[in-house]
Structure formats: structure tokens, C-alpha cells
Design a protein around this ligand. Structure first.
Ligand code: AMP
Length: 546
């Protein structure tokens, strides 16, 4: 028997329609590349999205066509999200920090027909425009006064002209909720990047889950500033979940340094933010140096790579900001787990609570996960056994865009699981902790050593700005941990002091064999440490024998 409720597909346009009708006067504030602050309401956003949807049709774009974007977090990018997906086209966010060759490769693979870009990227597009094989139109996301006098880009279109010339009369089309909505390429460290093609259904379900109290806990009273870029897994879904909640949205544009972020937090009364640990490091350094406070910020999601416990402690103890340590990946839209406490945690000793907070957290409803050994047998949830982390759910990837291979692993019951490439433990309460990426694992005498644990400890040292732990070749144990350290400016610490710092914190055989100091640790396009580059740099490092 079929249920007898309305059969309404879950479409991204419905989020915008809801925000316009129920939160029409709520603001969207953006720091623009042009340098000023722009503000308007959800009502204005919705109207401009309808105009843009008409303009996209005017450019000859058909349903399913890919729309490339090279842009920071800002209202025009948000308009593209809603007008592009809402009208049945696919918004393809490109990461401008990638090498131009890679950008061209990705746009070709996606078959982008149009490329929208921020003023910042005008030189980049001028240098590469001729190389994009499928792009027919280039649109500069600015008004007429910012259009270049002379440019090598053929038929460059001005975004504001495009909008102005379009009618605001538009009915959002209704189509199957499994229709593709947006496309994001993974920042793979080896081989070519792979595209992950999201759906309307997966995006809306993910937005619901992200807004739940034990996830981001978003409400209409929040003021949300996503620092995580809209080209990094759709800013972790915040452009959807914030609009769903009717919260105020604040976009930082290109200014991601500590001072600019703190100024915006204070000026706009930001209550909630989200970003990778490396960004928060800059912010905390600025706040500390100038003796500042956060007057309105209450919660921040930190994820994308492991958040060092020292950072969680600083946010919570010194600034009264709750850290929501979260884990996910491009293939998961991205949210998988968020670390929020279960009942009874208030009574635990502080050290135990801190140990829980350092974990990546519990699975959201909608994500199932398990850990398995090399033979695919499920491992116990005892917080000790480490295995390959597998996930499945309605916002987890089924297959990559444009690729034939089936990436899933099938269990005895024939159920498909996505192998995350992460190694993790899960404890009896369901808290998952990432110990490593499969390819970063250090195998000493056949036993795994968790590099993230070792990095977290080093990051707790007052003189350490950033630390990476990599496998170095050892004649007897095959691999042993080598700690690579970038010191804080003006601070000193020796190899011996750092090694002694591990005493009593980990088993003796986990303590790194050596420490090397570097001026900088290479970061990838989404702000993660590039350990493959460090392994390459220290390939011939000779470990001390005693
Ligand atoms: P990406 O698809 O570029 O966002 O990368 C996803 C990968 O980032 C995951 O598979 C993890 O290896 C890593 N990652 C994300 N969040 C965390 C976290 N909180 N702790 C440790 N690693 C993380």
C-alpha cells in the first residue's frame, strides 16, 4: 500500500523559496573582492536568482549543463548556487588554488560550458582562457565599473549586466530529486582529481542533517560565517543549511587572514563559523597577539583535517567558543561525523572529556559506518581496534563522475560501502577517531603507529606552529616516525625537548625517532598538510641508530 502524502521532490530551489517567504528580511552580508561590504536580504537574493536563472537560459545553457565557478565566498557565488542548481543545471565549483594546468584539466573533464569568476581571478583567466576546450562564455562577477578596459578574454560578459538585462519572472522547475545539482572535484594527492556529482535529494537531506542540534545546531537566530570556501565541498553544505534555517549569512570573500575575519565576526555579530584548523591558527594568533575577544561567536566547526586538542582547549577555555570537531570528505557531501557529547559526559573528569572531544565524533543519522580489517571482517567497536573506515548513506558517493570503475566495496550481504581511505577506531559509544590516512600510515615492525596522535601531541607544545609525522625508512623496523616541525615565530625548541615532551603521553615505541625543523610545511589547495611532499623531501633521511 502506498502512503498518501504529497509527493514533493526535495529540490534545492525549495530552500530559497522557503527563505524568501519566511525569512525574507534576513540579511546576506559579503565582503567583496572589490574591497567593500555588500548587504541585502533573502528577498533580494531570491529575486536576483530568478533573474540569473533566466540569464542562464539566455546564454543557451540546457538542463544538466555544467556551470564552472572560480569564486570566493560571496553573494554572487550564492546566486549561482541557487540559480544554477535550481534551474536544473549543474554548478561546478573549481578550487582556484590549484595549478592552472589542473584547473583546465578539471573544466575539460566536467565539460563546463560557461565560467563565472571573481575579479581576483581575472589574470588567471586571461592567462588560461584559450586553453578551456568546452567553455563558450566567460563571465566576470562584477559590475560594469570593474570591467577591464582591454582584455584578451573573448566576449567577456559582465555579471551585473547579465542580471540587469533579465526578467525576474521565473518559476522554479520541478523535476526528479535525483537530478544532478553540483559537481566538486576531490583534491587527490596522486593522479588526476575525480569529480563527485551531488543530487538535489542528497544535498537537501545533508542540509537537514547538518542543521540538527547534535550536528551544527543551526537556528534562525544564528549568524553564520563559513570560512571554509564554497569551492571546498560546497562550504560543507552551509549555503544550504543556513538558508534552510533562515539564519543570517556572512561571507568573508577573499580576506581570510586573522584580522579580517575577526573584524567581520565582531561587526556582524557572527555566532557560528566553520573552517579547517590552519585558518583558525591564523585567527587565534591574531586574537592572542592583540588581546581581543569574541563577543558573539559561540560555536565553530573544525574539520577537513584533525583538530589538535590544544586548539580545542584554547577556543573553549580562553574564548568560550565551543568547538565541533567534524569529519567528512568530498565523497560524503561532506559531513560524516560531528563530535558532540552524549548524556553523562558532564560528570566525566576533564581529561576524559578532552579525550572524547579530540575524536572526530558520532555518525549523523543518514551515515552508516564501520571499520574492517584487511580481509574485510568487521572490527570491534572498542576504541582500540584500528581498521579501514567504510561508509554508506544517501549523501555518500556511488560512483565518480565520468569514470567507469565501481569504487564501492561489497560485504557478505552484498551491500555496497564506500572505502574512505581513512584508518579509524570506533568506541563503544560510537565515537569514531581517525588515526591516519591509509597512505600516511606508519608501519613499525608490522604495527601501526597513529601519526595524527603524534602530531596532536607536538601541536600541544607552546613553541610548535605546525607538525607532521611521516614514515621514515628504518633498517630494522622498516618504518619509524619522523616528526617534521615548523616553529612559531620567535619561539625556540630543541629536538631533545620535543622528544621528551612525548614522555608519558604515548607508548615508548610510538615516540618519534627523530625531529627535523622546517621553515614551512607544504599545504594543499584546501589547507591540508601535504605529507606526500614531506615524504618525498625526507626520503633519504637517515634516522639516528640509538
Ligand atoms: P576532502 O575530500 O578533501 O575534504 O578530504 C577528506 C579527507 O580529509 C578525509 O578522508 C580525512 O582523511 C581528512 N579529514 C577530514 N576531516 C578530518 C578530521 N576532522 N580529522 C582528520 N582527518 C580529517
Amino acid at each position: 500500500m502506498r502512503g498518501q502524502m504529497m509527493d514533493q521532490p526535495l529540490l534545492i530551489s525549495s530552500l530559497l523559496v522557503h527563505a524568501e517567504r519566511h525569512h525574507g528580511s534576513r540579511e546576506v552580508v559579503s565582503r567583496r573582492c572589490e574591497g567593500d561590504i555588500h548587504r541585502y536580504s533573502y528577498r533580494d537574493l531570491a529575486q536576483r536568482c530568478r533573474q540569473l536563472a533566466n540569464a542562464l537560459a539566455g546564454l543557451g545553457l540546457d538542463p544538466g549543463d555544467r556551470i564552472g565557478t572560480l569564486a570566493w565566498n560571496g553573494y554572487r557565488h550564492l546566486e549561482l548556487y541557487y540559480a544554477g542548481s535550481g534551474s536544473g543545471r549543474v554548478v561546478h565549483t573549481l578550487n582556484p588554488r590549484l595549478h592552472p594546468d589542473q584547473l583546465v584539466w578539471i573544466a575539460d573533464d566536467a565539460r563546463d560550458r560557461v565560467m563565472f569568476f571573481d575579479l581576483t581571478f581575472l589574470p588567471l583567466i586571461e592567462a588560461t582562457a584559450a586553453r578551456f576546450a568546452t567553455v563558450e562564455h566567460f563571465v566576470l562577477m562584477a559590475d560594469r565599473s570593474h570591467m577591464p578596459a582591454g582584455t584578451s578574454i573573448p566576449n567577456l560578459i559582465c555579471y551585473e549586466d547579465l542580471i540587469e538585462g533579465a526578467s525576474a519572472a521565473y518559476d522554479w522547475p520541478v523535476f526528479d530529486e535525483t537530478t544532478a545539482s553540483s559537481l566538486c572535484y576531490t583534491s587527490g594527492t596522486t593522479g588526476n582529481p575525480k569529480g563527485v556529482l551531488y543530487q538535489h535529494r542528497s544535498t537537501v537531506l545533508h542540509a537537514y542533517a547538518a542543521a540538527l542540534p547534535d550536528a551544527m545546531g543551526l537556528s534562525a537566530r544564528d549568524v553564520v560565517l563559513p570560512v571554509v570556501p564554497m569551492f571546498h565541498v560546497n562550504a560543507w553544505g552551509t549555503p544550504y543549511s543556513t538558508v534552510m534555517a533562515g539564519a543570517k549569512l556572512v561571507f568573508p570573500g577573499p580576506a581570510l587572514d586573522g584580522r579580517s575575519l575577526h573584524d567581520l565576526f565582531e561587526a556582524e555579530g557572527v555566532t557560528f563559523s566553520a573552517g579547517v584548523p590552519t585558518v583558525w591558527q591564523g585567527l587565534l594568533a591574531h586574537v592572542e597577539e592583540h588581546g581581543l575577544r569574541f563577543s558573539t561567536l559561540r560555536r565553530t566547526v573544525i574539520g577537513g583535517s584533525a583538530c589538535p586538542p590544544a586548539m580545542i582547549e584554547t577556543f573553549e577555555k580562553s574564548y568560550d567558543v565551543t568547538v565541533l570537531h567534524a569529519w567528512g570528505m568530498t565523497e560524503m557531501s561532506p559531513l560524516g561525523t560531528v563530535c558532540t557529547m552524549k548524556p553523562g559526559a558532564e560528570e566525566l573528569p576533564e581529561a576524559e572529556r578532552a579525550a572524547i572531544k579530540a575524536k572526530q565524533g558520532r555518525a549523523l543519522y543518514g551515515v552508516d559506518m564501520t571499520i574492517v580489517d584487511a580481509e574485510g571482517n568487521e572490527l570491534p567497536w572498542d576504541g582500540q581496534a584500528q581498521g579501514d573506515l567504510l561508509v554508506r548513506g544517501p549523501w555518500v558517493l556511488d560512483r565518480y563522475f565520468n569514470r567507469d570503475e565501481d569504487p564501492l566495496r561489497y560485504d557478505a550481504a552484498g551491500r555496497g560501502w564506500f572505502p574512505t581511505g581513512d584508518v579509524a577506531t570506533i568506541d563503544a559509544d560510537g565515537f569514531m577517531q581517525i588515526t591516519d590516512r591509509t597512505k600516511d600510515v606508519i608501519k613499525s615492525g608490522g604495527e601501526w603507529i597513529g601519526s595524527i596522535d603524534l602530531e596532536n601531541i607536538a601541536m600541544g607544545h607552546p613553541s610548535v606552529a605546525m607538525a607532521a609525522c611521516i614514515a621514515a625508512h628504518h633498517p630494522k623496523w622498516d618504518e619509524r616516525p619522523l616528526l617534521v616541525v615548523m616553529k612559531k615565530p620567535g619561539r625556540e625548541v630543541t629536538r631533545e625537548e620535543l622528544l621528551a615532551f612525548y614522555e608519558g603521553k604515548v607508548a615508548k615505541w610510538w615516540v618519534p625517532d627523530d625531529v627535523v625543523f622546517v621553515d614551512a610545511i607544504p599545504l594543499g589547495a584546501t589547507g591540508k598538510m601535504q605529507k606526500n611532499k614531506l615524504r618525498e623531501a625526507f626520503r633519504d633521511h637517515v634516522l639516528p641508530t640509538v
